[in-house]
Design a binder for this molecule. Structure first.
Ligand code: GLA
Length: 388
């Protein structure tokens, strides 16, 4: 991959100084959904597929970006003094935004750059393709601009800022953090209230992690995500009238029971209940994994799905059908919708011996019930972003 990208880079940008190649993975989330903006825990891991980028410093102040995935967009051109968002720049706004965020954080970017990207992550799956593009760009800046005081967590935070302030989407820290900090054979138990984390070994000897793409387009996901966030913030405010908490993630299920009546609408109550119980499930799931109790881990994943469906209402018919069909297969330890929701994919932990049956039966029944053709990916854990 490295040599191919370098060759392509030279073909597009011409000969010159040596070219460096970088990689940032995608991510999956085992459990802890819609908790990362509620000060709760998440339990994601980096995967082996992701975004490659070949890069070289320029002698001037220009920024030239090209993606092998979007040849029709041609070369996207900007300069260090004008990195403003422009609709016509499409995907190129992400890297432009990252550079602008670094500048706004006081990082000296002394010269321009040529970058060639190649992304392996299918779009729309909700497995972190945009955060992967941002983090790989952040890594390029750190490495090529000699920003030695910037660490991988800074890169994750700058990526999130880019999403929130430059791209205008309100995503949490989970995706960029996992993509920057992932570790092969481990998942990250991250407390999003203070970014403390531990790497939990995830050596699945007898099971596989399967991602099933529903192929259902995620409609209006940003608006609905934003709506959920606002509902949780409002519920938090109502609870703060009787209890001194900063985030919903600070509440145990028991304390929540005692104070929940302060929440004035049944809908907000359900939203907050998801945020609280999902956080508790995530803590329990990591405990179960430490004990080697993968069965209990799977049960908690199943409970997560029901909570996302009923309390948080971010699932959809297609995701529910996929999850139900997978629950019907012997050897499926746990299955739930993953990511923001309203389409995208589900994540399942499946015993090795049941993988073929899973793919065949879930695929067949899903197609019969929805007319859609599901796609299956057996994923492996991988490392966070690195130079090749
Ligand atoms: C999206 C966001 C994440 C997280 C999930 C839901 O993937 O990017 O920050 O909030 O939704 O858990």
């Amino acid at each position: 991959m490295k040599q191919q990208l370098v060759d392509k880079f030279l073909e597009i940008y011409g000969d010159g100084d040596p070219v460096n190649v970088y990689f940032a993975p995608g991510r999956v989330n085992l459990i802890g959904e819609h908790t990362d903006y509620n000060g709760g825990h998440v339990f994601p891991c980096a995967i082996t597929i992701g975004t490659y980028a070949a890069a070289r410093r320029r002698a001037d102040q220009k920024v030239h970006l090209y993606s092998l995935n979007y040849p029709e967009s041609g070369m996207i051109k900007a300069s260090l003094s004008d990195l403003a968002y422009r609709q016509k720049d499409g995907w190129g706004n992400y890297p432009k935004g990252v550079i602008q965020t670094f500048q706004s954080k006081g990082c000296q970017i002394p010269c321009g750059l040529d970058i060639l990207y190649y992304g392996e992550i299918p779009k729309g799956l909700g497995i972190g393709s945009s955060a992967s593009l941002e983090v790989v760009t952040g890594l390029i800046l750190r490495e090529l601009m000699g920003l030695t005081d910037i660490n991988m967590i800074d890169i994750a935070l700058f990526s999130q800022l880019t999403e929130n302030e430059y791209m205008g989407t309100s995503s949490g820290i989970m995706d960029p953090f996992t993509i920057a900090m992932g570790k092969k054979d481990h998942a990250i138990f991250l407390d999003t209230s203070n970014l403390s984390y531990i790497y939990a070994p995830l050596l699945l000897l007898h099971e596989k992690i399967i991602i099933t793409n529903s192929q259902k387009a995620r409609l209006a996901v940003d608006e609905r995500y934003q709506e959920r966030r606002a509902q949780c913030e409002q519920a938090l405010k109502e609870l703060q009238t009787v209890i001194a908490i900063r985030d919903l993630g600070e509440l145990t299920a028991e304390v929540f029971e005692q104070v929940q009546e302060m929440i004035q609408s049944p809908l907000r109550l359900r939203r907050a209940r998801h945020a609280v119980t999902e956080n508790q499930r995530t803590i329990q799931a990591v405990e179960a994994l430490k004990r080697g109790d993968i069965g209990e881990f799977g049960q908690l994943m199943n409970a997560s799905h029901l909570s996302l469906k009923e309390d948080y209402e971010v699932s959809c018919e297609e995701l529910d059908i996929l999850v139900e069909e997978s629950w019907d297969i012997d050897g499926v330890l746990g299955s739930r919708m993953m990511g923001a929701g309203f389409g995208g994919c589900i994540i399942s932990i499946v015993e090795n011996s049941a993988v073929n049956e899973f793919i065949q039966k879930v695929g067949k029944h899903y197609e019969e019930r929805t007319g859609l053709h599901a796609e299956f990916y057996v994923v492996e854990t991988g490392n966070g972003a690195f130079a090749l």
